[in-house]
Design a binder for this molecule. Structure first.
Ligand code: BES
Ligand code: ZN
Ligand code: ZN
Length: 488
C-alpha cells in the first residue's frame, strides 16, 4: 500500500501531489519542485507556516492535476510528529474529496536535520495511520486510499527499500488495536473479544492459549474471578506467545482487558461511564503488538498475557470490603470495586512470572483517572524502579510520538495500602496520588522481573479526533512497544 518512487515528476501522472513546505527555507532540491514551491510562496495566503494549505491546479512543471502545498512551519522547529501530521493531512484531503490517487513528496535528504530514513518513516506512518476509518457500524462517505506513493530521490529510495513494508506492518498493528477499542461493548464481551483476537493471531506464527473460567476457578485466579463475578459474561485469560528458536531474552507483556468498566457496585456516574468500552485498550495494544512482533519475526521471546473481564454491578458482583485471595496467595481487601484493573493485572502478572520467568515484564493499562488528571490525554504515565528500562521506554515513545512521562514510586506511600484485615488494600487510604498508589499496588506483584507499568488511561482514547487519529481508540502503545522490543 505504501510505495517509494523516484520517477521523474515531469513524467509521472498523478492526481494529487502533496508537497511539504517550510517557512523561509527550501527543503527540496528537485528543479520542478523548487519552481512550483516558489509559485506557492508567491501567493499572499501561503508562506509555509504551520498547517497552512494551498492548492494549485494544472501547473505546467509537473504532471499532476492538483498540487497540495502544506506548511510545516519553521525548519528549526520541525519534528517527526509534524511530518506525521503533514502526511495525514494530505491523506485526509484526498479521502474528503474522493480523489484517491495521491503522491506525497518527501523532503530532500540533507535539507533537514532529521535523518532521511526517519523522515520517510514518519511521513509514511502519518499517511498510513491517517488513512484509517472505523467502518464497522457505518460506511464512510469516501473510502480510504488503496495505495499511497512517496516521492524520493533514487539513492534514498534504494537505501530505504525495506522501509515501507515495515512501517505498514507496524501501523497495521496500531490500526488493529484501534479497531478493537472502537468496537461497542456489546460486541466484545470477554469471550467474544478473545475470539476476535485469536482470529488475527491464527494468521501468524503465534501460539495461542485460551484459559476459560472453569480453569481459572480451578487454578484460583481469585482476584480476576472476583472482578468478573458481577457479569454474566465469563472471564477469559488469553496467552499469545512468540518464541523464535534462537531467542535468549524473554519479555512478558500484560494488558488490562476490561471490555466494559461500569465500576461494579461502586457504579460510575453519567459522564464517566459512556466510553468505558475503552478499558480494554491495554489488552488491545498488547495483542496487536504480539501479532506485529510475529509478522516482523523479532528475535526475542515475547509473551502476551491478557486478562479479559467485564466489570458490572449485580447481585453476584464483588463488594467493597470483600477480601479476596489473589492467584499469588496474597489477600486483598477491596476498597472500591471500580479499582478492578489492578486486580485482574496482579493475577495475570503472577501467572506470567510462574509460567515464563521473564527478565522484563511490562503492563499496559487504562488504570486510573488520576493519571489523566496528572498528564492529560496525550502523555502516558510510566512507572518503574528500573532506570535503564525507564530510559528505553521513554526513548521508544519519543521515537514513535507516543509520549511517556516517568512518575515516582515512593516507598513511603506504600503504607497507604496497609489493611487491618488483609495483606493489602486495593486502593489507598488517601484521595491524592491515585496513579501512584495503583502502580505501587502492582509493584507488590512484580517478583524479580524488571518491571514497568504504563498507565494509558488518557492516551488510549481520543474524545475528539486529530490529524492522524480520528475520535475513538488511538492504538497508543503498539508502535512504542514494537520499537522498544526491537531495541532490547
Ligand atoms: N478504568 C478506570 C480508569 C479510567 C478512568 C480509564 C478514566 C480511562 C479514563 C479504572 O478502572 C478506575 O475506575 N479507576 C478508579 C480508581 C479509584 C476507584 C481508586 C479511578 O481512577 O477513579
Ligand atoms: Zn474501574
Ligand atoms: Zn477500569
Amino acid at each position: 500500500m505504501l510505495q517509494l518512487t523516484s520517477r521523474d515528476l515531469t513524467r509521472s501522472r498523478v492526481n494529487t501531489l502533496a508537497i511539504p513546505v517550510c517557512k523561509n527555507q527550501d527543503i527540496h532540491d528537485d528543479k520542478p519542485l523548487t519552481a512550483i514551491v516558489g509559485k506557492a510562496r508567491s501567493r499572499d495566503e501561503f508562506s509555509g507556516g504551520e498547517d497552512e494549505t494551498l492548492i494549485l491546479y494544472d501547473l505546467p512543471e509537473v504532471r499532476a492535476d492538483r498540487v497540495l502545498f502544506i506548511g510545516l512551519g519553521k525548519i528549526k522547529k520541525l519534528t517527526r510528529e509534524k511530518l506525521r501530521n503533514f502526511a495525514a493531512a494530505a491523506v485526509a484531503n484526498c479521502i474528503r474529496t474522493g480523489l484517491a490517487d495521491l503522491m506525497i513528496v518527501i523532503p530532500a535528504a540533507g535539507k533537514i536535520k532529521i535523518e532521511a530514513s526517519l523522515v520517510i518513516e514518519a511521513i509514511q506512518e502519518g499517511a498510513c495511520l491517517g488513512n484509517y476509518q472505523f467502518e464497522r457500524y457505518k460506511k464512510s462517505r469516501h473510502a480510504s486510499l488503496k495505495k499511497i506513493r512517496f516521492y524520493v530521490d533514487a539513492k534514498t529510495a534504494k537505501k530505504n527499500r525495506a522501509l515501507p513494508r515495515k512501517v505498514e506492518t507496524v501501523c497495521r498493528g496500531t490500526l488493529l488495536a484501534r479497531e478493537w477499542v472502537n468496537m461497542a461493548p456489546n460486541d466484545k464481551m470477554p469471550e467474544k473479544l478473545v475470539e476476535l483476537i485469536t482470529t488475527e493471531a491464527k494468521k501468524t506464527s503465534l501460539s495461542i492459549e485460551v484459559i476459560k473460567a472453569r480453569e481459572l476457578e480451578r487454578k484460583k485466579f481469585g482476584a480476576m474471578l472476583a472482578v468478573a463475578a458481577g457479569s454474566k459474561n465469563k472471564p477469559v485469560l488469553l496467552r499469545l506467545t512468540h518464541t523464535p528458536r534462537r531467542a535468549k531474552k524473554t519479555v512478558a507483556l500484560i494488558g488490562k482487558g476490561v471490555t466494559f468498566d461500569a465500576g461494579g457496585i461502586n457504579l460510575k456516574p453519567s459522564g464517566s461511564i459512556e466510553t468505558m468500552k475503552k478499558d480494554m485498550a491495554g489488552a488491545a495494544a498488547v495483542a496487536a503488538t504480539l501479532v506485529t512482533v510475529a509478522r516482523l519475526g523479532l528475535n526475542l521471546n515475547v509473551m502476551g498475557v491478557i486478562p479479559m473481564v467485564e466489570n458490572m454491578p449485580s447481585g453476584s458482583a464483588y463488594r467493597p470490603g470483600d477480601i479476596i485471595t489473589s492467584y499469588s496467595g496474597k489477600t486483598v481487601e477491596v476498597g472500591n470495586t471500580d479499582a478492578e484493573g489492578r486486580l485482574i493485572l496482579i493475577d495475570a502478572m503472577t501467572h506470567a512470572l510462574i509460567k515464563y520467568h521473564p527478565q522484563i515484564m511490562i503492563d499496559m493499562a487504562t488504570l486510573t483517572g488520576a493519571c489523566m488528571v496528572a498528564l492529560g490525554d496525550k502523555i502516558a504515565g510510566l512507572f518503574t524502579p528500573d532506570n535503564r528500562l525507564a530510559d528505553a521506554i521513554h526513548r521508544a515513545g519519543e521515537n514513535t510520538g507516543e509520549r511517556c512521562w516517568r512518575m515516582p514510586l515512593p516507598e513511603d506511600y506504600k503504607k497507604n495500602l496497609k489493611s487491618d484485615f488483609a495483606d493489602l488494600k486495593s486502593v489507598g487510604s488517601k484521595r491524592w496520588g491515585g496513579a501512584i498508589t495503583a502502580a505501587l499496588f502492582l509493584s507488590e506483584f512484580a517478583g524479580d522481573a524488571r518491571w514497568a507499568h504504563i498507565d494509558i488511561a488518557g492516551t488510549a482514547y481520543a474524545d475528539k479526533g486529530s490529524v492522524y487519529c480520528g475520535s475513538g481508540g488511538t492504538g497508543f502503545g503498539v508502535r512504542l512497544l514494537c520499537k522498544l522490543l526491537e531495541t532490547l
